[in-house]
Design a protein around this ligand. Structure first.
Ligand code: SAH
Length: 416
């Protein structure tokens, strides 16, 4: 357990405490189907089980009610219950969504007593920054948040020359138990509320607007649900947060839906439901293997919805929304990086049509305690070339922040 530092601390190489996983990489010569070995936990506790319900690690209450959890009508009611005029609701929304503040001191167009009362009742502090780590000359900032009940989540803000991207968490922990993912080893603690998700966004957007990142003040342009948790397992709160993100100010941040990516292990009924929402967010499917045998090891929910079912649903998403789907594929050395698997993936994608999908191979970001590593660069190159030979647009994901464990719940795992 690391000390919690109340002040932002830049630590590029955080001390690692072992988390209870050990990888079982498969051997096998080129062209051979390797033997897959399920990772064996070093504490002998067995693999993390797949779970759709929260852990029994203490009964956790709901986060306190926050302005952002309420619909515009409910906000008016809440303000009236506090003895204030309905138009105050709109002023509060403007402060929150347009000025990116929940600080009474900044709401100078409201009388002092009014703003103090409204903020105390409607803007509880839901997130407390416990640690901040930076990388890439300050253009990548990762924050570890403590929630009201001590649960921990992370978000990562990345500034690029032509865009800014925030990676947010949708759950504390995760129940999907993917063995290569640090968050997957934690189990699920609980779902985040709408406001807990949106507060990650407001905080990042404010930090950009204030010019905290090198390059001067900027707007938040892109958002990915690729932090901790399985967003489609917390469907309601995630969709409500998306509605707040895309609603024009003052009811929301006015972001473009197409710049919001929801990444999923492949919860098929929820993917089908998302297609029917009429909000054209980008869908990313974490495939990681084109065959059920291996995918059931890497993404245990595959035992419920198979590769073909997940791909059919992804294709349906494209048909209904017109949005090209991303396939995520973490390249794990000698595990899933074989040329024949690239061919099988290309064949399965093309069997469902052309132009509907692109593939994002991601070099594995090794988690502490696991012996799995990223693929050899030459093997990665071959994998990408094979996919492209099938006509599949393929771009290797850049691995920003991997030196601060940027990708996958590792910071929170360290503290458990
Ligand atoms: N639950 C969602 C969001 C998770 S994180 C999902 O699974 O899609 C976003 C992506 O990071 C997923 O594709 C996930 O499989 C991948 N990922 C997790 N751990 C990783 C690791 N150690 N290295 C590389 N990618 C990883």
């Amino acid at each position: 357990m690391l000390d919690l530092m109340p002040e932002p601390v830049a630590r590029l190489t955080p001390a690692r405490t072992a988390i209870p996983i050990a990888g079982g990489a498969a051997g096998g010569r080129a062209g051979e189907r390797p033997v897959q070995v399920r990772p064996v936990p070093i504490d002998g506790g067995g693999p993390v089980p797949l779970s759709f319900s929260t852990s029994t690690r203490g009964a956790r209450g709901k986060p306190p009610r926050h302005f952002v959890d309420l619909t515009p009508e409910q906000r008016v009611e809440a303000v009236a219950e506090l003895g204030e005029k309905p138009f105050r609701s709109k002023q509060l929304a403007t402060h929150y969504f347009a000025h990116l503040t929940a600080d009474a001191a900044e709401m100078t167009d409201l009388p002092q007593a009014t703003r103090d009362r409204l903020v105390a009742a409607l803007f509880p502090d839901l997130l407390t920054a416990a640690r901040t780590l930076t990388a890439d000359a300050g253009t990548t900032v990762k924050t570890l948040w403590h929630l009201f009940d001590g649960a921990k989540v992370e978000s990562v803000l990345m500034r690029y020359p032509n865009r800014t991207t925030l990676c947010v968490s949708s759950q504390a922990g995760c129940g999907m138990a993917c063995p290569f993912c640090a968050t997957g080893q934690l189990g699920l603690t609980r779902n985040l509320s709408t406001a807990e998700i949106v507060e990650q966004v407001r905080s990042a957007a404010r930090s950009l607007a204030d010019g905290d990142l090198p390059g001067g003040p900027a707007r938040l342009s892109n958002l990915v649900f690729m932090g901790m948790g399985e967003p489609l397992a917390n469907y309601r709160a995630v969709m409500e947060s998306v509605r707040r993100l895309v609603a024009p100010a003052p009811d929301g941040f006015g972001m473009s839906a197409r710049n919001i990516t929801v990444s999923t292990v492949g919860l098929v009924p929820a993917m089908d439901k998302l297609a029917r929402e009429g909000i054209p967010v980008t869908l990313a499917l974490s495939l990681h293997a084109p065959d059920d045998e291996l995918r059931s090891e890497l993404v245990p929910v595959n035992t419920r919805w198979s590769v073909d079912e997940a791909l059919d649903s992804a294709r349906n998403y494209f048909e209904v929304t017109g949005r090209r789907v991303s396939i995520e594929y973490a390249l794990i050395k000698d595990m899933n990086d074989h040329a024949w698997r690239a061919d099988l993936l290309g064949t399965k994608l093309n069997a469902r049509g052309r132009g509907w999908v692109h593939v994002n191979p991601i070099p594995l970001n090794p988690t502490p305690g696991s012996i799995w590593t990223a693929s050899d660069p030459v093997v990665e190159r071959v994998f990408v070339d094979r996919l492209r030979a099938h006509g599949i647009p393929t771009t290797v994901r850049d691995t920003r922040g991997s030196d601060i464990d940027g990708a996958c719940g590792q910071l929170a795992a360290e503290e458990e």
